[in-house]
Design a protein around this ligand. Structure first.
Ligand SMILES: Nc1ncnc2c1ncn2[C@@H]1O[C@H](COP(=O)(O)OP(=O)(O)O)[C@@H](O)[C@H]1O
Ligand SMILES: [Mg+2]
Length: 373
């Protein structure tokens, strides 16, 4: 059985334990303990072969479909969540949402099941690739053209979801997988519709009550950070954060605590991308900053429009570069001065303003919010 281990005293604990009772340290997964699902056959159909990914809702395994002899991915709901009716309903909903999207850049789900031992699983296409998160760890920044190539595909999958009234709500590099990594044909698969919301389902089981924040703090929209009602434009903001991170190497907002980070999403202006990396085309910076508007009405109104603007920004910059064959400018040398080209940036804004001190009542409200994942 998979166990947790204390990094200080090395004692092993049950997989549900979080802190070491001896020294209070946060427990880590004990990599050496065998995984209890590897080797099992689920519903006489899926032979679980090896662990390939870990997530908040469940772990993902490579498995073999025994009747068809095909490799598949199987996501198994964490055993401690099997008795949590909200988690179980979300897991079911993940299967429904992903099936409804049905787009080449979104993961395809093939099956959902509950075994006689009460193991809940989803079977889906196996992606032999890297996550955008792993890619960013290796490469730190991605050049503008490749960023657009990748994010355009994310936009198309997300747009397909929006057209079916599904909001993903957890777009982040971990949930974007890449096939054919490092080749000209890198292909995106958006995964993890586990907290996706079907807007017009009529009988939404209200899995997140008002005032509860869902999502991942670095990537959530200002409205999501406040626990407000979301629409598809919240996903546009999250894609803006991912774009910013790919292009500059960092997410725009960080904070010592989740509450401070949320405040930044709500109030702070992101630093100019070109101040960090001057080679980013002006138009591309504009598109990304617009997607990061605090008010949803000021962002691109659809993911398809974001895809279009990204493509236009890149082709405009390719044309300008071709026409001028400009020498590369040295970072920081001519900041704000301009070199006479139409592509000149406006003078960079002063660096990020200090976050405005929030009113006490707001803090109280914010701190009472709970991360539901
Ligand atoms: N279809 C798949 N093929 C290959 N790897 C996958 C697949 N689905 C998920 N993974 C890996 O498993 C990890 C956790 O899956 P995810 O669906 O994000 O779970 P969670 O909802 O718990 O966050 C992902 O970050 C990814 O690395
Ligand atoms: Mg995930």
């Amino acid at each position: 059985m998979a166990k947790k281990k204390c990094p200080a005293c090395n004692q092993l604990f049950a997989e549900t334990a979080v802190f070491c009772p001896n020294d209070g340290k946060r427990l880590v997964d004990d990599e050496e303990s065998p995984d209890k699902f590897v080797g099992l056959v689920l519903d006489a159909k899926y032979q679980v072969e090896r662990l390939i990914g870990k997530g908040g809702m469940g772990n993902v395994y490579e498995a073999k479909h025994l009747h068809m002899g095909l490799p598949v991915a199987v996501k198994i709901l964490h055993p401690h969540l099997v008795t949590d009716s909200t988690a179980v309903e979300r897991f079911r909903r993940e299967a429904r949402s992903a099936r409804t999207v049905n787009h080449p850049n979104a993961i395809s789900i093939m099956d959902f099941g509950v075994t006689s031992d009460n193991i809940l699983y989803l079977a889906m296409e196996l992606i032999n690739g890297l996550s955008l998160q792993e890619m960013l760890k290796r490469e730190i920044t991605i050049d503008s053209a490749r960023t657009v190539k990748i994010m355009r595909q994310v936009c198309l999958a997300v747009d397909a979801a929006h057209q079916k009234a599904i909001i993903h709500r957890d777009l982040k590099p971990d949930n974007i997988l890449l096939l054919d990594y490092g080749t000209d044909t890198e292909k995106v698969k958006v995964i993890d519709f586990s907290i996706a919301k079907m807007k017009e389902s009529g009988k939404d089981p209200n899995l997140t009550s008002a005032g509860v924040v869902v999502g991942t703090p670095q990537y959530i929209s200002p409205e999501q950070a406040q626990g407000l009602e979301l629409d598809s434009r919240s996903d546009i903001y999250s894609m803006g954060i991912i774009l910013y991170q790919m292009l500059t190497g960092n997410v725009p907002f960080t904070g010592k605590t989740s509450a401070m980070l949320l405040m930044q999403h709500i109030q702070a202006k992101p630093k100019s991308l070109r101040e960090i990396k001057p080679e980013i085309p002006v138009k591309l910076e504009e598109v990304v900053l617009r997607s990061l508007s605090k008010q949803a009405k000021d962002r691109q109104q659809t993911a398809a429009l974001l895809a279009k603007e990204l493509e236009e920004a890149i082709s405009a910059s390719a044309q300008t570069t071709e026409a001028k064959k400009e020498p590369t400018r040295e970072f920081g040398k001519d900041k704000g001065k301009g070199n006479g080209s139409l592509n000149d940036p406006p003078p960079p804004p002063p660096s990020q303003p200090p976050p405005v001190e929030p009113k006490k009542s707001f803090w109280q409200r914010l701190l009472s919010l709970v991360f539901a994942r």
